[in-house]
Design a protein around this ligand. Structure first.
Ligand code: AHR
Length: 328
């Protein structure tokens, strides 16, 4: 009798555990993923082009682990077609949530619609898409890149208040068509347009990498003998450009003033060493907030459509002060 009763209780318990394991359709009917009760997150990363990206990947992987989220991570090697393939594969695997950092802004509607039709919620991280249909994703967490460009422009304008001489600027843009390249250019351009003495005499993509930053800066230096300022859309391109400037026998930070964006460790070191003049911070530590959003979306909770990362700026003195505690 006792044995029969125990068997019935055990069977009931097993059924309850099985239901919990299959549950969690994210309020969107997504379901799928693993059957261990964990949320499965498919994440498509841009690549490993910069120090920022490496820190961002680490933040996402560490936070997923800490939150007990089963992370399926895919590196797109800076190619949109790889990201589209990864998203389609996540849909086939029936993950619970898809998150991705879009390499470029355009061309996502079809695959985002496929995810929506499959009932899998999508979260944008770091970079935006230009889809007009905002129901294709649940939320977008990341920086305000236009604001970052404005901060760079404001610093520059303040440095040249006492002169009317022309200020010749060269610009190293990020990946062509990416949100940070488009927006950082716009924010900066809007601010310096208020005074005609600021002239962008050359502007080209350095693809957010150190190698390309160096190569393009070498070409800028050959074609333009009078460069006053370099505005680089990230630290890595700025660091590559520093090598080019030194190679041309000039002193970075003195002969040519340098403004960059990110504030990763190597950039901050160059700022503290006087080779960069000003850095606008762009935080890569998006992991904890992303996992929080993943859990909320999966639970069917309403989330803010836009979550903006808090960021600051650094002068050379400020860099010296914060460098010892810098996490990345
Ligand atoms: O999208 C963020 C940008 O991408 C970072 O500023 C840059 O370093 C990275 O590659």
């Amino acid at each position: 009798m006792l044995r029969r009763w125990s068997a019935a209780v055990a069977a009931g318990l097993l059924a309850a555990v099985a239901m919990t394991a299959c549950g969690g359709d994210g309020g969107d009917g997504a379901g799928g993923g693993t059957d261990d009760g964990k949320i499965t997150l498919g994440f498509s990363q841009v690549g490993a082009e910069s120090g920022w990206r490496t820190a961002n990947t680490k933040s996402i992987q560490d936070s997923a682990k800490q939150a007990g989220i089963d992370l399926k991570f895919s590196d797109a090697q800076q190619k949109q077609e790889n990201q589209i393939k990864a998203i389609r594969s996540f849909i086939q695997q029936k993950v619970d949530i898809i998150a991705f950092s879009p390499v470029v802004e355009s061309g996502w509607d079809t695959v985002l619609k496929e995810a929506k039709d499959a009932g899998i919620p999508v979260i944008l991280t770091d970079r935006a898409v230009d889809s007009t249909d905002t129901t294709l994703y649940k939320t977008f967490i990341g920086s305000d890149f236009v604001e970052e460009g404005k901060k760079a422009g404001d610093w520059l304008v303040n440095q040249y208040t006492t002169t009317t001489d022309p200020v010749n600027i060269v610009e190293l843009q990020g990946t062509t068509g990416s949100a940070p390249a488009n927006d950082r250019k716009k924010g900066f351009g809007d601010v310096i347009a208020t005074d005609p003495k600021f002239k962008i005499i050359a502007s080209q993509t350095g693809e957010f990498t150190r190698a390309k930053g160096k190569e393009v800066m070498e070409a800028f230096l050959k074609a333009n003998p009078d460069i006053d300022v370099l505005y680089a859309h990230n630290d890595d391109m700025g660091l590559g450009a520093i090598e080019a400037i030194e190679g041309a026998g000039k002193k970075p930070g003195t002969d040519i003033k340098i403004i960059t964006v990110d504030a990763v460790h190597d950039g901050m070191q160059a700022l503290a060493d006087g080779k960069i003049n000003f850095i606008v911070e762009c935080s890569p530590l998006l992991g904890p907030q992303l996992m929080d959003l993943v859990q909320k979306v999966h639970a069917g909770e309403t989330v803010e459509p836009r979550v903006i990362t808090k960021e600051t700026t650094f002068t050379q003195e400020q860099a010296k002060a914060v460098l010892p505690e810098r996490q990345y």
